[in-house]
Design a protein around this ligand. Structure first.
Ligand code: ZN
Length: 394
């Protein structure tokens, strides 16, 4: 892989387009439009009109009523192509202040600024800049903005149903400009317990709610993994008991516990562990019966460290004076779906995951610019390399 950008001239034109004022204006406009999962329409319309102003036509891929993915096609469809993807939906604002875009110095605050509208801006500008550069129309890169990443992932689910077999893909998420070639999946375990209804203080047996609480703690304590990837257990929801004025030992309790995992084998081992913990806890609580159900799982993302996409991004980061850092993400992204579809995928973008979903979300526009330049550079490096290989074969 070339250490320098393969298209120095094209890169200059691109860098002249991806400026801080342009990023600030585009990103502030995106953050000002609320787009919590399920209500992405206004943000989608804004992106379509922006693309239209740049002379690009977008295609809608319907996901559900009033919700669709935006697809933009670059280059000639007979050529092998690469993909840029990120999501337009965000988590809800939590507070009124957070739904307002605010700029202080080079930092833009507001819901979605880093997760993932910083990436939306970076990818939009990289795509437009490539398109405007001399042979831009020939560069085979597709752009896909998905909906629903923050809850059901229905946008990416729809996208992979009939997407092309891309040579590689970059998924935009806040990674602090680190190249993520591995990220967690999860297993969601539902614990359903029932106990005998009886007098609260003269109980016929133990209480389902207490047994479920104990079982969740037991699973949390027992879930361990070697190495640097920490285990996270998170209670998605819990229900049980009632508000009746008559005190009695409640009849049931249900809770959902989500554990992050990094492979199919880990999913299986967490399920085995939950069942073993369940048997132990059931013995401790006579009169309580607990059932372990699996509500869903995902293998996450794993792309070899020596994949070409890692090299192309590494070279383009070096070319703009940024360190190449490879990282593991403890969280799920749409990248898992592309990876499962057999596309070598990395996750990469401006902003920090610890600011995502936080009350005060933020991103530095210099990082958005560098992400955009690195993405554009990676595409040109790949396209230049592919062009040279083809010429050599002739
Ligand atoms: Zn995200």
């Amino acid at each position: 892989m070339g250490k320098k950008a393969s298209h120095p001239h094209a890169m200059e034109t691109i860098a002249a387009f991806i400026t801080l004022p342009r990023i600030s204006k585009l990103l502030s406009a995106l953050v000002r439009i609320p787009s919590p999962s399920g209500e992405e329409m206004a943000a989608l319309r804004f992106i379509e009109s922006y693309l239209g102003q740049q002379g690009l036509s977008a295609r809608r891929q319907q996901v559900s009523r009033n919700r669709y993915n935006i697809l933009v096609h670059g280059g000639n469809s007979s050529q092998p192509s690469v993909l840029l993807n990120t999501h337009v939906d965000t988590v809800p604002s939590y507070t009124a202040a957070n739904s307002v875009a605010r700029r202080a110095g080079n930092t833009i605050y507001g819901r979605g600024s880093c997760d993932a509208k910083g990436s939306v801006a970076a990818m939009l500008l990289a795509f437009v800049a490539i398109h405007r550069s001399s042979d831009g129309g020939q560069v085979p890169v597709d752009l896909c903005f998905t909906v629903g990443e923050e809850n059901s992932g229905d946008g990416s689910q729809r996208f992979v149903q009939d997407c092309r077999k891309y040579v590689w893909a970059i998924v935009g998420e806040p990674t602090d400009l680190r190249i993520v070639n591995c990220h967690a999946g999860y297993v969601e375990i539902v614990l359903a317990a029932s106990s005998v209804r009886s007098h609260a203080f003269v109980p016929a047996g133990e209480q389902a709610i207490i047994a479920v609480a104990d079982l969740m703690l037991e699973i949390k304590r027992a879930s361990r993994r070697k190495g640097k990837k920490p285990v996270h257990t998170f209670v998605h929801w819990i229900e049980g008991g009632d508000r009746s004025p008559f005190w009695s030992v409640g009849s049931s309790c249900k809770a959902s516990l989500v554990v992050n995992t990094y492979s199919k084998a880990e999913i299986a081992s967490i399920i085995r562990l939950a069942r073993a913990c369940c048997a132990t806890v059931e013995r401790k609580y006579p009169g309580v019966e607990i059932e372990v159900q699996i509500d869903g799982s995902d293998e996450g993302l794993e792309t070899p460290r020596n994949s070409p996409v890692v090299d192309y991004l590494s070279s383009s980061l070096r070319a703009i004076g940024r360190d190449r850092r490879i990282a593991v993400l403890p969280s799920w992204t749409d990248g898992a779906r592309l990876c499962a579809a057999g596309i070598p995928t990395v996750v990469f973008g401006p902003g920090s995951l610890k600011d995502a979903h936080a009350v005060q979300e933020k991103v530095d526009i210099k990082d958005v610019r560098d992400a955009s330049l690195a993405i554009a550079g990676a595409i040109l490096n790949w396209h230049g390399q592919a062009g040279r290989t083809k010429r050599r074969r002739k």
